[in-house]
Design a binder for this molecule. Structure first.
Ligand code: FAD
Length: 274
């Protein structure tokens, strides 16, 4: 009888059902757990894992759930938009997998990047960099139905990385309360970043979006430099910012929005990916 310890492969409990290539090193993985995972809410993430180079240890990372628009999504299938980080531990192995291959999925929906109670006077702004658009795709339909206005903003390096742009533009045709702003930073021309739209008042001037703590919630997901998460003085509650010109600072100082916390509801919600 073998005395070897069980390897990570023994924990595999899901199958990669389909892989859609969006661009070089950017794919949508559709994963079917052997047993459906209950309790899913817009904004949740899951952890997935694959065995690393030692053939035993499981390398696990969290990934936001995403959701394509269109015909009703299969609620048991997990859709993940993932970029390959060449120097990373998990993603190079993940991108070597094929449809039908097995992997581990932690059987739990997790996260606090969740929607507040929505109402018809609300403006919801969903701002992302790179794959940070994923959780916003799970929120989009709910928000557009419930809120006065939804502003979906995404910033990527190349336009081929706008994984859901076509779907969003089509959806916009039947949902006039949706504003869609896609920004590309590495294809020449004048560069505009998400923060510019808030700092320079472009959202108000060019898109008629007014921002006020009473009616607006902003969700920001992806690169920590875009979000600019402050440190908070425990005693005074004063905020200090290491990254200058991040979104949180602009929203707090220019518009008077506050950071959302479970016991102190605010209007700024963020999820940083690293
Ligand atoms: C709550 C949460 C949700 C996440 N959801 C997603 C998601 O939906 N899609 C996704 O691709 N990643 C997502 N990530 C990041 C993911 O967990 C991994 O960190 C990433 O895939 C890199 O894993 P790795 O093992 O290959 O690299 P690691 O060895 O973990 O190296 C990490 C380095 O990779 C870079 N990096 C990490 N994530 C990204 C990214 N998305 N884009 C560009 N550079 C990155 C950073 O420089 C970071 O220091 C999420 C992270 C968190 C905390």
């Amino acid at each position: 009888m073998s005395t070897d310890k069980p390897s990570g492969v023994d924990t595999y409990n899901a199958t990669i059902e389909r892989i859609e290539t969006v661009a070089d090193g950017l794919s949508i993985f559709f994963i079917r757990p052997d047993t459906p995972i209950p309790g899913r809410l817009p904004g949740h993430y899951v952890s997935i894992g694959l065995v690393g180079p030692d053939g035993k240890k499981l390398i696990r990372r969290p990934y936001s759930l995403s959701q394509s628009l269109g015909p009703a999504a299969d609620p048991d299938l997990l859709e993940l938009l993932i970029i390959r980080v060449p120097e990373g531990d998990l993603t190079p192995i993940l991108f070597d997998q094929n449809e039908g291959d097995r992997l581990f999925v932690r059987p739990k929906m997790v996260g606090t990047y969740l929607l507040p109670k929505l109402d018809a006077d609300m403006t919801l702004i969903l701002a992302s960099t790179g794959t940070g658009v994923a959780p916003h795709m799970t929120m989009l339909e709910t928000c557009v139905d419930a809120c006065k206005q939804v502003v979906m903003m995404e910033c990527v390096r190349y336009s081929t990385e706008l994984a859901y742009a076509e779907q969003i533009r089509q959806f916009q045709q039947t949902h006039p309360n949706l504003v869609y702003i896609s920004l590309v930073t590495r294809e020449g021309g004048a560069k505009r970043y998400i923060q510019d739209y808030f700092r320079d008042g472009i959202l108000e001037k060019e898109h008629g979006v007014s921002i006020a703590p009473e009616t607006t919630h902003v969700f920001a997901c992806g690169n920590p430099a875009m979000i600019g998460i402050p440190k908070e003085d425990r005693k005074t509650g004063a905020l200090s910012y290491d990254t200058s010109d991040g979104l949180v600072e602009i929203l707090a100082t220019r518009y008077g929005l506050t950071i959302h916390k479970p016991r102190q509801p605010g209007q700024i919600h963020f999820e940083k990916y690293w």
